[in-house]
Design a protein around this ligand. Structure first.
Ligand code: ACO
Length: 402
């Protein structure tokens, strides 16, 4: 890439690129995507291998520190995180202020932002020890916050973390368990959820990650920057699509399951309806994460007994779209969100929790990018230019003469 920005600003020119379709905002060594070939690699490792052989904790370490951990490094990392899973008791009361029917995403982002108020000894982006501490705290506390956001929405009591459990097991217990009642984590569910978190762990300069970098570029602390990323993720064009896909599938099922009729509506852009879970800014080929999720949906729904009719509708929709000129011409394929919701539902999560699960998965990616940005001496505060299209100078008119 040419550093066109420097060249042009020296000559007084500005480039206009809505949505950053062709503008790189940074250099990065974390994640590689070849959208035409459908390739995704974290730190050089193919997503398929990581999904099959690694764990979410190892992948988090890989993204943040650049290398796969040794067994000792992984054990130390896990212990460090286990020590920080609890929330400050005052912060727990924070949840009481939200209405019970609140969507868990704003609850999650607010509580993550509030970490800046409760853990003020880890806010300095220029102090490596504080950055390390905020990294550990975020990785440890996010599953607790996510589980409490769920508990709040169903009106059930919060559970303290059980630090004899792994990160994912702990999350499942805090979500679906009850105080003073034993909760046996289903190992199949834990493994499948761990794999789905790996699929979501990073995706280079997507909307939420770019937001984390943008906010962090002002030297805002890690908690606050990640909270901004969670808000960006909530939108239905980004992470909120996993909820939107299930709502779409439910709607198609309720109206008789006519997939062709739905595709017709999408093609005619009737009421702005889109095929949610399809299309991607970078992939002009099958999203490799969607391929893995589709396979997992088959096996997990067979084991857990999910809604097979919805899975059949999803597959029929995919087939109808992939053989249709509209989608072929525009190179629209299923993205990661197309099949994940079916798995989450089979696991027992309500639709509103889907994007929270995405946020839990994306967390190590956000942290890795925020840290990479801070370590890069070329980093400048994010400050895009604009092309002004408003009035030229006008004379002020007093209120009584308007
Ligand atoms: N259904 C129907 N048509 C679509 C879809 C879709 N899902 N996605 C794109 N198109 C059409 C557009 O209408 C446009 O058609 P046109 O040329 O006739 O106007 C063309 O394909 C190009 O689409 P753009 O919107 O320009 O592509 P862009 O790269 O800006 O958008 C996006 C990418 C936002 C993901 C889009 O494909 C979309 O809205 N998909 C549905 C939401 C979704 O699944 N989001 C999750 C993305 S993955 C993630 O964040 C985890």
């Amino acid at each position: 890439g040419i550093e066109l920005g420097k060249l042009l600003s020296a000559t007084g020119y500005t480039t206009l690129d809505p949505g950053f379709v062709n503008t790189a905002s940074t250099k990065s060594a974390i994640t590689y995507i070849d959208g035409d070939a459908g390739i995704l690699r974290y730190r050089g490792y193919p997503i398929e291998e990581l999904a099959e052989r690694s764990s979410f904790l190892e992948v988090s370490y890989l993204l943040i520190y650049g290398e796969l951990p040794s067994a000792d490094e992984l054990a130390a990392f896990a212990t460090r995180i286990q020590r920080h899973t609890m929330l400050h008791e005052d912060l727990k009361r924070f949840f009481d202020g939200f209405p019970r029917n609140a969507h868990p995403m704003p609850v999650l982002s607010s509580a993550v932002n509030a970490l800046s108020a409760y853990y003020q000894d880890s806010l300095d982006p220029d102090d490596p020890e504080q950055v390390e501490l905020s990294t550990t705290r975020l990785l440890a506390k996010m599953p607790t916050i996510a589980a409490y956001a769920y508990k709040k929405s169903v009106g059930q009591p919060f559970l303290y973390p059980d630090n004899s459990l792994s990160l994912v097991e702990n999350f499942l217990r805090m979500t679906f368990g009850f105080p003073a009642e034993p909760y046996a984590v289903d190992p199949e569910v834990a493994k499948a959820l761990d794999m789905l978190l790996i699929l979501h762990a990073d995706h280079e300069q997507n909307c939420s990650t770019s937001t984390v970098r943008m906010v962090g570029s002002s030297d805002a602390n890690l908690f606050t920057s990640v909270s901004a990323g969670i808000n960006a993720l909530w939108g239905p064009l980004h992470g909120g699509a996993n909820q939107a896909v299930l709502e779409m599938l439910d709607e198609i099922k309720a109206s008789g399951g006519d997939v062709k009729e739905f595709v017709r509506k999408v093609k005619n852009k009737e009421d702005g309806v889109k095929l949610m879970g399809f299309g991607h800014r970078v992939y002009r080929n099958y999203d490799p994460r969607a391929a893995i999720a589709k396979k997992a949906a088959d096996t997990i729904l067979a084991k857990l007994g999910g809604d097979d009719e919805l899975l059949q509708i999803a597959k029929a929709l995919e087939e109808a779209a992939l053989t249709d000129e509209y989608f072929i011409e525009r190179k629209l394929y299923p993205n990661v969100d197309f099949y994940t919701g079916l798995i989450y539902r089979a696991m027992g999560f309500p639709t509103r929790m889907f994007t929270v699960l995405f946020a839990m998965g994306r967390l190590p990616g956000w942290i890795a990018h925020w840290r990479e940005m801070h370590e890069d001496p070329a980093t400048k505060i994010g400050r895009p230019r604009q092309i002004y299209t408003g009035y030229t100078e006008r004379n002020y008119t007093d209120l009584e003469s308007r």
